[in-house]
Design a protein around this ligand. Structure first.
Ligand SMILES: [Zn+2]
Length: 323
């Protein structure tokens, strides 16, 4: 493999999967490693796996200049001290100085970032947001998270908790949420909320979102009508939230990613109706609301971007497959 001018390694440390990618500053993928996050072996073993993966990629890129390592993790990041706070997926890492420990082992700059923020940055670098400096990403999963990019940079807020869109109130007095509020977006529009609505609509006790999607697209009659209605309700809740975001940020682009995305045609019309109704800014600007394109690789590429952010990057022509 030819030696790139400069490159970085992005790591996506999830509760189940550990992935790493080496990317050059002109966005060529130089190598990729994926495996399991071996949490049962303990924290030190997971750090060792990460360091080994990074060294392996660095060796394979021999002769280049590793700018640094970006690590995307689920949970809040204490940016000043470089550790993860309150992650349900990585409890062993709570308040452990993971950034400094990896920096010590690798002798390279290490940047820690929340995975949804990294995903927003990945979309901005190589995905659906390549043309814009400001964008907002909402990630739909068991909960709803997201990230805000302003002037090409991740907006963290004062303690790194910006972009918690899942807990925006969309229905005062709506469904109660574990955060202490009620009517939170993620109680009305996440994959978990779809399953909860399916139970209320008597489609089954614990029907996964993808099965509700199948019923909506393949079945007929009353069951199909109920499944379609669930996605309309989800779209309404999302639309209320996005209208508020449009009114606050006036960003040119809002992206959605995550498991329920294949149901776009079912929820998007209701979503866009709500945004139109509730946002003067949306009606009077060229605001786009679209699907993210990098899927579950957005965080990985966003993490790889972080150490390169201070450098002048070359233009790139990476072809991304739409998913
Ligand atoms: Zn909440």
């Amino acid at each position: 493999m030819p030696s790139p001018r400069k490159y970085s390694v992005g790591v996506d440390l999830g509760g189940t999967n550990l992935r790493a990618v080496a990317v050059s500053d002109d966005a060529r993928v130089l190598g990729k490693i994926s495996g399991d996050t071996n949490l049962s072996a303990g924290r030190d073993a997971v750090i060792k796996d990460m360091v080994n993966a990074i060294r392996k990629l660095d060796d394979a890129c021999g002769g280049g200049d590793l700018a640094g390592v970006g690590v995307a993790v689920p949970g809040f990041i204490d940016m000043k001290r470089g550790f993860i706070v309150g992650s349900n997926n990585l409890p062993q890492f709570d308040r452990f100085p993971i950034r400094d420990e990896m920096n010590r082992l690798l002798g390279k700059p290490v940047i820690l970032e929340n995975d949804a923020n990294a995903a927003a940055m990945g979309e901005r670098w190589l995905g659906a947001g390549r043309e814009v400096d400001d964008l907002v990403l909402l990630t739909l999963g068991t909960g709803i998270g997201g990230g805000v990019i302003l002037n090409g940079k991740i907006f963290h807020g004062s303690i790194g908790m910006a972009g918690e869109f899942g807990h925006m109130t969309v229905y005062p007095g709506g469904n109660p949420c574990g955060c202490g509020n009620e009517g939170c977006l993620e109680k009305h529009a996440s994959a978990t909320a779809i399953t909860a609505m399916a139970r209320l609509m008597q489609l089954g006790e614990s029907v996964p979102a993808r099965e509700v999607f199948r019923i909506a697209t393949e079945e007929t009659g009353d069951r199909q009508w109920r499944a379609i209605r669930i996605f309309e309700k989800m779209g309404e809740a999302l639309g209320i939230a996005i209208a508020n975001l449009v009114n606050v940020f006036n960003a040119p682009l809002y992206l959605l990613s995550g498991g329920p995305l294949p149901a776009w045609d079912l929820f998007a019309p209701a979503m866009l109706d709500e945004v139109k109704r509730r946002s003067f800014t949306f009606r009077n600007s060229k605001t786009r609301i679209e699907r993210a394109v990098l899927g579950n690789e957005a965080g990985l590429f966003g993490a790889a971007y972080l150490p390169l952010a201070g450098h002048t990057l070359l233009p790139h022509h990476l072809e991304i497959e739409e998913n």
